[in-house]
Every structure is written in C-alpha cells, then in structure tokens.
Design a protein around this ligand. Sequence first.
Ligand SMILES: [Zn+2]
Length: 138
Amino acid sequence: MIESSIVTLNGKIIDYAKGTPASVEFDFERVWRHIKKCPTGAIHFIHVHPQGLTKLSLKDVECILGFNMALGNYGTYWFSIITFDNSDLFNIKHTCTIYQCNNQKDFYEVSENPQISNDQLLFLKHLSYGKEIENANI
Ligand SMILES: [Zn+2]
C-alpha cells in the first residue's frame, strides 16, 4: 500500500499523486494555477492513509498550516483523510476524517463535507493499492 492523493475543485479532480508507504505530496503549484482561474471554488485536499491511521499526522498539520498561509484570503477549504477497510481493489468501503480549514490558523474536524464520488474513491483505491503493470506494451 502507498499513500495517494487527489485535489478537487468544485468536485472535479485537478491534481493527483502517488506517494510512498508513509507520505504523499500535493502539487501546490499545479493546484494554485487552477485556483487562480476559479477563485471562488470549493477546494478539497484528499489523501489516503494506511488502515487505522485516521488522524492527522504531524506532516499533515504542517501541510495545513502551509496551505492556510498560501491560500491567504481564499476562504474555507477541506482536508480529508481516507482509510480503506481492506485491500480489495473494487471495494471502496472506507472511513473519512474531514477537516474544515479557514484562511488563517484555524482547522477543525467536521462531519459534513463536499462529496467525494465513488469514482474518486475507486481512483484513490487503485492509486494506493493497485499494482503497476511493468513493461506493458499496450
Ligand atoms: Zn496524512
């Protein structure tokens, strides 16, 4: 299993990444290019943790504080952690921990959030649990 991420703007994926077993990065420059074109959209940073690790890591907290500074007056955005219940590629049963973040230093866990679609969950599941087909000549 490796960590993976997507970033959505108004529900559409604008960035995705595969990380390592213990971390994943967001491409903030890429996200920022989209945000500049759509300054009032709902931004959602979503990433997959290993099973059982539903809470923010220290790195996640640093990440949120960095986004808060970078996003300045943008307003509210969401930062979510997904943990899947098993490694079956087509089973998207999961737990989602959602943090609502405001433009300054504030962030707190919430129960309501912008929707993560089943297709997006399936995509994250494959990024984190799918095996790469090496040397594929398709
Ligand atoms: Zn994390």
